[in-house]
Design a protein around this ligand. Sequence first.
Ligand code: AMP
Ligand code: MG
Length: 405
Amino acid sequence: MISIGEALDLILGQVRVLPPTRLPLTESLGRALAEDVFSPDDIPPFDNSAMDGFAVRAEDLRGATAAAPAALRLTETIQAGGYSERPVQSGEAAKIMTGAPVPPGADTVVKVEVTEEREGRVFISEDPGKGANIRRAGEDIGAGDRVLERGDPIRPAEMGLLASVGRAEVEVHGAPRIAIIATGSELVPPGNPLGAGQIRDSNSYTLFSLCREIGLEPERLGIAPDEYSATRQMIEVGLDYDVLLTSGGVSVGEFDFVKEVQDDLGVERLLWKVAMKPGKPLVFGRRGDSLVFGTPGNPVAVMVAFEVFIRPALLKMMGFSRYRRPVRRALLDEAVRNRHGRVHVMRVRAREEDGRWHVRSTGPQGSGILRSMHLANGLIFIPTDRPQLEPGEEVDLVLLRDDLV
Ligand code: AMP
Ligand code: MG
């Protein structure tokens, strides 16, 4: 059995980054850039006012106070979207709005709050210093600057930057087409009554959601009962996708057909069984360009396998240059045992206190107890070399999400 780290390396080694496509800007959200992006212009493109106020020459304000305000002659009003070529002369002020270009001659903007307008003049009771309240051309981004890199994720800030540099379309990496199959003769979909011996399929829904969370649109092909031909038919369809995710049927039970069907359909098996709990009987292979993940059936094993292996593989395929979550060190708030001889992936509540992360179990950790995932905001990895860890000892923590308060 190979370790989690070896299995992840093996899987990531099989991942091909999908080729780029060109998308309209708004459709690129959540994708990875497939190009370096440069700004053709300075941003902002011109010196402009950071305030509603008056554009003036700094020398005219020297020593201005409330008791002895500077009095300047008002020449004109410049609004955002307008501009003026008329130079501000000594003794003059132009009224200016936030975002409007600073007119020639002016080197300073005085905010409206320290001024008073009367009979064609403005009285200014403060000297803000030369250059105040002017946003300089190019202070955000200079013409020719690289603003984003290939492999960067397009999030709201990046979409804003792309818009700022004039990109209506953008080259992004492709998104894998994903098929999801739940296997098991005991499974019925929600919305149906439970017959004797039946349970509801939850795995195809957790897998669906986990894919959607990273911006993908998987297709749930359905439930395959534990029969060779039905399983084969559905897996055959699933192999037309970039990635096929199945749940269940990969153990050594008499009715576990997934591996046999994969073999018969020409899927090259690259991995079976990882030294972890839950999630041991994970099977991974490929056929042509399709990657095939057979997760075990237990609902927590499915989610843990996705988090540890499938998520980074999908993110890499999508072209992101960063696709692993950070691993933090955390202090155990309670003793934990690991007598399984495999790394125990425990579901925990993690909280930060005095700059350290602390973790506590979410309760029963059976691989069928999906509530342990619901309650968790993190996973910890309990190594095999020590049968028991005491409170205060350190473990590796992966945070699954930030909690809102
Ligand atoms: P298997 O790996 O097929 O032996 O399944 C292991 C356990 O997970 C069994 O108790 C199954 O009933 C359960 N299971 C399998 N598939 C699903 C599913 N799609 N949703 C919920 N539980 C499942
Ligand atoms: Mg089964």
